[in-house]
Design a protein around this ligand. Structure first.
Ligand code: UD1
Length: 385
């Protein structure tokens, strides 16, 4: 069985790494009648060291077998470029299955190119919905799900979304969350990161950690226009009066800050904001593990904070990870900046701010978020005719 796995952008790498490990394990076991040959294709949607290569190092990913080098562009340009280049790969390699993950432009483009050549597609992280079609990721999710043959979901909520849309139940497999597989596998390594020292949040391993909140922002709705971005930064300013804020800024956001002449480095009274370039997987995981709370508009961070039991305030109007609100540590604040400040204060008031070297992790994660999702996926694709 020949399988092509596709990655393109930052949030794909941690979802594919456990699958590659599970495939290698399957190959080594020699117990299955099915022999897997696999190729890793990187579309090149993300290409900077901080957005791509560092994840290959941190996650111990093999060098991609094929690099498409599509780079940046408008949505149509990026999607089309991946389709054109990936179709050539498919025609040459003739795989039996293409595996795509998540909801970035590369996910949809690769799935579309494959399905038009009648090559079966497996979508990992199927069934997530924000029901907000202004988000490019929602369009990517919807379309990828509807053309996929295997829909691997992370929870029963995702299964219900798919069934409501008329997707045949025999295509849906609730397997758990490969992002959580990566997190649980890499936590011990992340503990060893020296990022707290590097950012001056600790002087040595024995000293107390300066309490901090961790911030990420990159959604077009939050950062692409001047007014909403400034409003959010004013609210962050209020939070930073009470606790240090560490902000690894996405390239999209850095670009907008320059365009709008917003200088976050300028000294503002009590403004304890530490802005950095995007960080690698292990450094960022370490920062999440020790944060007092996280403010984000990312999808994946909502999952990771729930598993780590760290409070998360999400600046998105439509939730995609319903389970992290129902069973996790996630609070949706949307674009309501007053609510953001209020919720941040609530967390800070709930217990005194102390430095905490070891985060609480003995709480209950959602069912099947146990580190074994990728193994279940490999089991299913090698056993189904
Ligand atoms: C993409 C995904 C989003 C995901 C996010 C995580 C889509 C539609 N969006 O958004 O779902 O949450 O990645 O990072 O696929 N850039 C660089 N260096 C890079 C990559 C990008 O400078 O390595 C710049 C690009 O030139 C572009 C901007 O950042 O102007 C945005 O990149 P793009 O791939 O369009 O989307 P993201 O905002 O990263």
């Amino acid at each position: 069985m020949k399988i092509i796995l596709v990655v393109g952008a930052r949030p794909n790498f941690m979802k594919i790494a456990p699958l590659l490990r599970a495939i290698e394990k399957h190959k080594a076991s020699h117990q299955s009648p099915v022999t897997i040959h696999h190729l890793l294709v990187h579309t090149g949607q993300h290409y900077d060291y901080e957005m791509s290569q560092v994840f290959f190092q941190d996650l111990n990913l093999p060098k991609p077998d094929i690099y498409l080098g599509v780079g940046s562009g408008t949505h149509a340009e990026q999607t089309a470029k991946v389709m054109i280049e990936f179709e050539k790969v498919l025609l040459k390699e003739k795989p039996d299955l293409v595996i795509v993950v998540g909801d970035v432009n590369s996910t949809l483009a690769a799935a579309l190119a494959a399905v038009k050549l009648h090559i079966p597609v497996a979508h990992v992280e199927a069934g997530l919905r924000s029901y907000d079609r202004t988000m490019p990721e929602e369009i990517n999710r919807l379309l990828t799900d509807h053309i996929s043959d295997y829909l691997f979901t992370t929870s029963k909520y995702d299964d219900e979304n798919l069934k409501k849309e008329g997707i045949p139940p025999e295509r849906i497999f609730c397997v758990g969350n490969t992002m959580v597989d990566s997190l649980l596998y890499n936590k011990p390594l992340a503990q060893k990161s020296d990022i707290l020292e590097k950012l001056g949040l600790i002087t040595n391993r024995q000293s107390p950690i300066t309490p901090y909140a961790l911030l990420t922002l990159h959604r077009p709705s939050n950062v692409d226009s001047e007014k909403p971005l400034k409003k959010i930064l004013e609210a962050i300013h209020e939070v930073a009066k009470k606790i240090k804020v560490v902000f690894p800024a996405h390239p999209r956001t850095q670009k907008r800050l320059r365009e709008f002449n917003i200088d976050l480095q300028s000294p503002i009274t009590n403004y304890q904001l530490l802005i950095t370039n995007p960080l690698g997987y292990l450094d960022f995981l370490n920062l999440m593990m020790h944060a007092r709370f996280v403010i984000t508009d990312s999808g994946g961070i909502q999952v990771e904070t729930t598993v780590l039991n760290i409070p998360c305030l999400t600046m998105l109007n439509s939730p995609i990870w319903a389970i992290t609100h129902k069973q996790g540590t996630n609070t949706l604040v949307g674009s309501d900046c007053q609510k953001l400040v209020k919720e941040a204060c609530k967390i800070l008031d709930s217990s005194p701010v102390t430095s905490h070297q070891s985060p609480v992790t003995n709480h209950q994660s959602p069912s099947l978020w146990d580190g074994k999702a990728a193994e279940r996926i490999v089991e299913i694709i090698t056993h189904k005719k």
